[in-house]
Design a protein. Structure first.
Length: 312
């Protein structure tokens, strides 16, 4: 099976009351872990690449790693997606370079300018058989080159979504309902709560339209604990409750982005291995433990959060 777009994935997810996991990839071990878990659980997946990942690993290396994963897992649908494309040029580069889906993030612009830049990307992408995700509202937090303070974050306004979708022709829409980038999403002592009232109002305004949640890692405390016990310093790292993500996946949310949880699992494995045996210096010895953790994270998300097991 070749790379696919998210069109059919999202249609089935919307109708089936589940979501597709969009997992960020940065290296071989992460690609292997995600696709092995998805292959064993017969789940469709989205492998997404940020601008930071392209700088770190190189566009060509990442595409070839994904191509290798497809050969090893020929029976599951896999889409290759650009996460948080900052402008038309990076979106064009990824479209021309083999991606099947791109995100143009114009959320930092005023509404009219967001429409303008998104429409330009949509026109080019659709002419090349590629689908487009856009964003309304601003998520707080830090992810690679995306940095938004809590003061500058804002919820998506439901009364803007219909005009935005109609004028841009975009294929899916990322909204801000209380998720946040990074591992420090909420203040200690607070009860994290997504704004389902905003989500449900958006569902009414654009029925049957695929919605995306960014910043949806849950920050597994077992990995935070392992990291901190082995020299790490992750104080007050708090994520989105998984029961709320499962509720979102049953609604119009067809794509849920997960990145920090993968990083935590990988880092926990590496730290635990190296602190447990300081004589180890073979990267394979510690990376395989981190890779196993990432695979466990992905399998858990597919089975217990996204609901996408057996949906390939």
């Amino acid at each position: 099976m070749a790379l696919v777009t998210t069109t059919e994935m999202f249609k089935k997810a919307y109708e089936g009351g589940y979501a597709i996991g969009a997992f960020n990839v940065n290296n071989m071990e992460i690609v292997q872990a995600i696709t092995e878990a998805a292959g064993e659980l017969n789940s469709p997946i989205i492998l997404q690449v940020s601008a930071g990942a392209r700088k770190y690993a190189n566009h060509t290396y990442l595409v070839k790693l994904v191509e290798a994963a497809i050969q090893e897992n020929p029976n599951i649908p896999i889409a290759l997606h650009l996460d948080h494309g900052a402008d038309f040029d990076i979106c064009k580069s990824c479209i021309d370079g083999g991606f099947t889906s791109v995100m143009i993030d114009g959320s930092r612009f005023p509404f009219a300018e967001n429409i303008e830049v998104t429409k330009k990307v949509v026109e080019y992408a659709h002419a090349h058989g590629v689908v487009v995700e856009a964003e309304l509202g601003k998520l707080a937090g830090i992810e690679d080159d995306v940095k938004v303070s809590a003061e500058d974050s804002s919820y998506t306004q439901p009364d803007e979504v219909e005009e935005f979708v109609t004028k841009t022709g975009v294929d899916s829409l990322a909204i801000a309902i209380g998720t946040s980038h990074g591992a420090y999403k909420f203040k200690p002592g607070t009860k994290p709560q997504l704004r389902f009232d905003i989500l449900h109002e958006i569902e009414k305004r654009i029925p049957q339209f695929p919605i995306v949640l960014h910043g949806a890692s849950s920050v597994p405390q077992e990995y935070v604990k392992i990291i901190n016990e082995n020299g790490g310093q992750l104080k007050d790292a708090i994520g989105v409750p998984e029961d709320q993500l499962r509720e979102a996946a049953r609604s119009a949310v067809c794509k849920i982005n997960i990145d920090s949880d993968l990083r935590l699992g990988l880092t926990a494995g590496v730290r635990q291995t190296l602190f447990g045996d300081p004589s180890i210096f073979d990267p394979r010895d510690y990376l395989k433990v981190g890779r196993a953790n990432v695979k466990a994270v992905v399998a858990h998300k597919i089975k217990d959060v996204l609901g996408s097991e057996g949906k390939a």
